[in-house]
Design a binder for this molecule. Structure first.
Ligand code: DLL
Length: 432
């Protein structure tokens, strides 16, 4: 179902007109209400009146994550604190969290965008949605909760953790939708097996997964194990949370809610625009955000755009699945390695389970990559010959894709760390 037919099927020309009108407004608004933007633009010699076409967006300086930290917590507000109705935060790996603020109108936009994404993933008023994201400062749980409520669906606010209980609710309450990170969905499916349940006793129809990178192979694995149709949805706190974009059931990419979030995909090095289909860094501009507008925010997420028509009838531009970030690219012995490449190799091997860890060390100035993977069948571990054969095959398959020799450690099923939120699979122990 298309939630907002007027907007989501709008002709490209009308959409561009709407975007330009909104872009001019938001740039003026930020310049007049937020000293950070005024100083930045004055220094760069950019005037809001320079904006005549959407292409002129290129003249505007970027905003980066450290700008939010440097202005923690309220330095980027365009409104008095009294106008805020919600505050969320995302925890980073270092320092202060990134705090994001919403006005009443921002909440309306957010709920609408999450409703669009949820509808695109199959949710209707008849569904019972189990939300297995952590409730709290994280935007994922409350964002998707409100979006699905807007559609009239019922919610099980299970939050994350206590996976046995998650499974019990999914089964006993007969939830029809699971909202989670893809890695947690996989863990839930393992728990279903471990507890000896039969997936046919569950009633799941749709899996709405997001908040971390996933591959087609991972979606296929979850589809098979949970017997659900899965979609990917993307967002980030700085922009709004979930609701920036979501995959529809035609699986042709993630439709961006471009009436609210103007996307650019730029070459990673030159930061110049690239063609549809080419992979680059996603830069987003909030076109309607009142509380904390973000203009040309560098997400560091890698994706490509697709303006071709989609069979679902939506006419909004699509982005490809985000399989990595510019900052999770590892350079191992000079080779660029994304964890998603390893994931694709492993997920396509039926003898291997869904979880893996990558450990990178440096010995005698040489990088070493160790990949720990679980065998699907524990019995294999007592069969030395088959184990060696499998190890050699994993090593070979990784070499074919990455051109590097990895050391493979095969471990028991369910022995690697599981994550209830975003998975962290890489440990880089190199001291550079
Ligand atoms: O993860 C918002 C969200 C919640 C999106 C629930 C979808 C569902 P943050 O915690 O600020 O916000 O993390 C944002 O997570 O820049 C990406 O690197 C990554 N990310 C989010 N969704 C996806 C996805 C939420 N579908 C950061 N695929 C982003 C790949 C994703 N990466």
């Amino acid at each position: 179902m298309i939630y907002n037919v007027k907007i989501e099927t709008m002709s490209t020309i009308s959409m561009r007109r709407l975007q330009l009108k909104r872009l001019k407004h938001i740039v003026n608004y930020a310049y007049s209400n937020i000293p950070f933007y005024k100083n930045k633009y004055d220094q760069a010699g950019f005037k809001p009146s320079d904006l005549r076409s959407l292409d002129d967006i290129r003249r505007i300086p970027f905003v980066v994550k450290s700008d939010l930290r440097d202005n923690y917590p309220y330095g980027l507000l365009a409104v008095p604190k009294e106008s805020l109705v919600r505050i969320h935060a995302s925890s980073g790996t270092s320092g202060k969290p990134t705090v994001v603020c919403y006005t009443e109108n921002d909440m309306k936009v957010w709920i609408e965008c999450c409703a669009r994404v949820s509808a695109a993933g199959g949710v209707t008023k008849d569904d019972l949605v189990q939300i297995s994201f952590g409730y709290g400062m994280f935007t994922g749980a409350l964002g998707m909760h409100q979006g699905c409520r807007k559609l009239g669906a019922a919610i099980i606010p299970a939050s994350s953790g206590n996976t046995e209980r998650q499974v019990m609710f999914l089964k006993d309450l007969q939830a029809t939708v699971l909202v989670a990170t893809p890695s947690y969905a996989l863990y839930i499916s393992e728990m279903i097996d471990k507890l000896g349940y039969n997936i046919d006793d569950f009633n799941l129809k749709w899996g709405l997964f997001g908040s971390e990178a996933s591959t087609d192979a991972m979606h296929n694995e979850i589809r098979k194990r949970l017997k659900v149709e899965t979609t990917d949805n993307y967002g980030l706190s700085e922009i709004i949370g979930p609701g920036v974009s979501g995959e529809c059931l035609s699986h042709t990419g993630l439709h961006i809610n471009e009436d609210h979030f103007y996307p650019e995909v730029l070459d990673r090095e030159s930061l110049e625009p690239i063609k549809d289909g080419e992979l680059g860094e996603l830069v987003l501009t909030t076109l309607t955000k009142e509380g904390m507008p973000m203009i040309r925010y560098r997400t560091k997420d890698l994706t490509s755009l697709d303006h071709s028509p989609c069979p679902c009838g939506r006419n909004t531009v699509r982005m490809s699945r985000v399989t990595g970030r510019t900052d999770d690219m590892l350079i191992i012995r000079g080779v660029n390695v994304f964890p998603s490449q390893i994931e694709t190799v492993l997920m396509n091997m039926k003898e291997i389970g869904g979880q893996y860890e990558m450990i990178i060390t440096r010995e005698n100035y040489l990088d070493k990559l160790e990949v720990r993977v679980e065998v699907a069948d524990g019995a294999l571990l007592s069969d030395f010959q088959s184990l060696e054969k499998l190890r050699a095959l994993v090593k070979h398959n990784i070499k074919v894709i990455l051109q590097i020799d990895a050391e493979i450690k095969l471990v028991e099923p369910l022995s690697l760390k599981r994550f209830e939120g975003k998975a962290r699979r890489v440990t880089d122990l190199r001291q550079i």
